[in-house]
Design a protein around this ligand. Structure first.
Ligand code: FAD
Length: 374
């Protein structure tokens, strides 16, 4: 049996960020992931500058040999009506490919990694967690995404009356002919809101790669919504007529509508395992990274790993992302004042789409960057 200070289940952005912070402070960490890296993750791959700053990533260095699409404008509309385009006069976001981004983050982790290793058993024994009968630690971190086995250990997880976002997406490299036929531009992602405001679709070009998807907090007839959107986009020439491959599905929780516990004795959840994606945009990479940084700070200052000691992490999450219970109305089911017909008018307004939709809901420009302590 190998002993560690901390075992992290999941090597996505949340897990790798926490591993790096803890190993920098001298902790003996093991990272386990069922995938071998590089691996893909169903995701549009849009990250805000705060993510790059929190992770100490120099964009110019990262772009060397990898896709990094600077974003300067947004094209926003409601399905079935014309879009408006706003120029932000500078880089306000980036497009990355998750197969490259997550592998880059994990390569920076020096701690031992057990990849291509699904977590099959988690047992609590004399105050220690024993994973797969092989590895032992007093502290276990759930960073395994929406279907995290550690979250299930806390009695939570899929099927526990959670309101999930169901999303489908495809990402592929365009042929020169497809690239010529595609009117979507790399520096201008397109966001198209469903007319019932229960979700939105996107067309996101990153260099020669094209990512198209749709997510809804009501998964009823998700495929029908997606097919209708794709047909419209093809008809308008915004995407090529011959899309290869199948759309892949995935689920996740929005912060205001999740009720997963964040800690228990000797255990703590970060990232999608904790259900932290921003409620209005569905952005989950920034909350995954920020939750990992806050978890590291609490773990390094904790005198023990009891639920009471780790509860400081729950408080830090609430301070940063708000109180879940009080935000019930602020999800993709938008406030009453924003219901139709007001919504279709507002979605044609440059002021509203720029100041509210993009800068507040999607870029969170009012929320300062979180940096690692120490
Ligand atoms: C269609 C779609 C589009 C999205 N677009 C964006 C976007 O553009 N920008 C954004 O910020 N967010 C986006 N999100 C959300 C974002 O993808 C997630 O919030 C983010 O990946 C969370 O990171 P994480 O590290 O918590 O989990 P993940 O990235 O899911 O990583 C979890 C890891 O745990 C591993 N794992 C799972 N189960 C086990 C097991 N049993 N044993 C061992 N390992 C296991 C997995 O292999 C995986 O590597 C999108 C989500 C979807 C579904």
């Amino acid at each position: 049996m190998d002993h560690y200070d901390v075992i992290i289940v999941g090597a996505g952005p949340a897990g790798s960020t926490l591993a790096r912070s803890l190993e920098d402070a001298g902790k003996n960490v093991l990272v386990i992931d069922k995938a071998s890296f590089p691996r893909d993750k169903t995701c549009a791959g849009w990250v805000t500058p705060a993510v790059m700053e929190s992770l100490d990533i120099n964009p110019a260095n990262y772009a060397n040999g990898r896709t990094l699409q600077p974003i300067r404008r947004f094209r926003i509309g409601m399905m079935g009506q014309p879009a408006v385009e706003n120029d932000h006069h500078g880089i306000v976001s980036y497009g990355i490919r998750r197969c490259e981004f997550d592998a880059f983050l994990l390569e920076r982790v020096r701690s031992p990694k057990q990849l291509a290793t699904p977590v099959k058993s988690i047992v609590r024994n004399n105050g220690h967690w024993v994973v797969n009968n092989q590895w032992q630690a007093p502290l276990l971190i759930g960073a395994g995404g929406h279907f995290c086995p550690v979250a299930r250990q806390l009695g939570t997880g899929p099927g526990k009356h959670e309101t999930v976002v169901a999303a489908k997406e495809v990402e592929f490299e365009m042929t020169p002919e497809q690239a010529d036929a595609c009117e979507a531009r790399g520096d201008t992602p397109e966001l198209w809101f469903c007319r019932d405001l229960k979700g939105y679709a996107w067309v996101f070009r990153k260099g020669n790669f094209l990512n198209i998807g749709l997510g809804r907090e009501d998964n009823h007839r998700l495929t029908d919504h997606l097919e209708a959107f794709v047909d419209d986009m093809k008809h308008d020439g915004r995407i090529p007529a011959d899309l290869p491959g199948r759309f892949k599905g995935h689920a996740y929780l929005l912060y205001a509508h999740a009720d997963r516990p964040l800690v228990d004795d000797g255990v703590l959840l970060i990232g999608d395992a904790a259900g932290l994606a921003y409620t209005q945009s569905g952005e989950g990479i920034r909350p995954a990274i920020e939750s990992a940084l806050m978890a590291a700070e609490v773990i390094l200052n904790a005198t023990d790993f009891s639920a009471a000691a780790l509860q400081r992490y729950g408080e830090r999450i609430a301070e940063r992302f708000g109180n879940r219970a009080s935000e019930q109305a602020a999800g993709w089911e938008l406030p009453e004042w924003l219901k139709q017909p007001v919504a279709s008018t507002l979605m044609r307004s440059h002021w509203f789409t720029r100041k509210v939709v993009t800068e507040k809901w999607f870029l969170h420009q009012d929320v300062p960057t979180l940096k690692a302590v120490g």
